[in-house]
Design a binder for this molecule. Structure first.
Ligand SMILES: *Cc1c(COP(=O)(O)O)cnc(C)c1O
Length: 233
């Protein structure tokens, strides 16, 4: 991709983030852009770093591992931050702890305990979000509404996890406005948990098609792939 095209796309997204935040009376600085780089090559990620992006989201541990250790990116890893945004299998928890600054997808007690175990071994306190499933689609991961309070208590008690907030992936709609109730519900679940004493500053919600709506509803992290890098193959 031409790097001018990449720069243009990124600056457009920042503008849209700012406008959405201001519409909601929020500070645009409170919304972080996670550039989603699944299927995007290490070379393209390098260009994105040159264009100023610093936080990258991957949905597969193995794919991320290849990129993080690639020649193109090895030297950059000091200044960039990798997030795991996709489902994590327990048997990959060890590598996830090694690779990622934030894991967005904790959705079970077993997984939380496994991440905690590896974080302890590594001498790390692992930042995590709990993923909540708010739709009825069979393919989506996440803890149910009813299971959320229990999982939050477990995560909070694990000494090597640092619970930072909640994440969700709503169903896909042609009209992004239809995603609004899902974003709003995640914020309400967070507010309810806050009333019970949980400190959950981060809401990871919103993708290329609907991030402005998510920001209006309180997103602090938007996960954007195709609007930056183009359609995935
Ligand atoms: C792929 C992916 C995204 C980015 O989707 P785009 O529509 O390309 O912006 C965001 N979040 C998750 C969990 C994803 O898997």
């Amino acid at each position: 991709m031409k790097s001018t095209l990449l720069l243009e796309r990124i600056s457009k997204i920042y503008k849209r983030i700012s406008h959405a935040a201001m519409r909601a009376g929020r500070d645009p600085e409170d919304v972080r852009l996670i550039a989603v780089t699944k299927t995007v090559s290490a070379g393209q990620i390098r260009e994105a770093i040159d264009a100023g992006l610093r936080i990258f989201g991957e949905n597969r541990v193995q794919e991320a591992q290849k990129k993080v250790t690639s020649d193109e990116l090895r030297l950059e890893n000091e200044e960039i931050s990798w997030h795991l945004i996709g489902h994590l299998q327990k048997n990959k928890a060890k590598f996830a702890v090694q690779l990622f600054d934030l894991i967005h997808s904790v959705d079970s007690e077993d997984l939380a305990c496994e991440i905690d175990r590896h974080a302890q071994k590594t001498g790390k306190r692992q930042d995590v979000l709990v993923e909540v499933k708010l739709s009825h689609e069979g393919t989506k991961h996440g803890v149910s509404r009813g299971g959320l309070p229990g999982l939050l208590r477990v995560v909070e008690d694990l000494k090597h996890l640092n619970l930072r907030g909640l994440m969700t992936v709503p169903p896909f709609f042609d009209d992004p406005k239809e995603a609004r109730p899902y974003f709003r519900e995640l914020r309400e679940l967070r507010d309810r948990a806050a009333a019970e004493g949980f400190d959950l500053p981060e809401l990871s919600m919103g993708m290329s098609g609907d991030f402005e709506i998510a920001i209006e509803e309180g997103a602090t992290m938007v996960r954007i792939g195709t609007a930056i890098f183009g359609e995935r193959e």
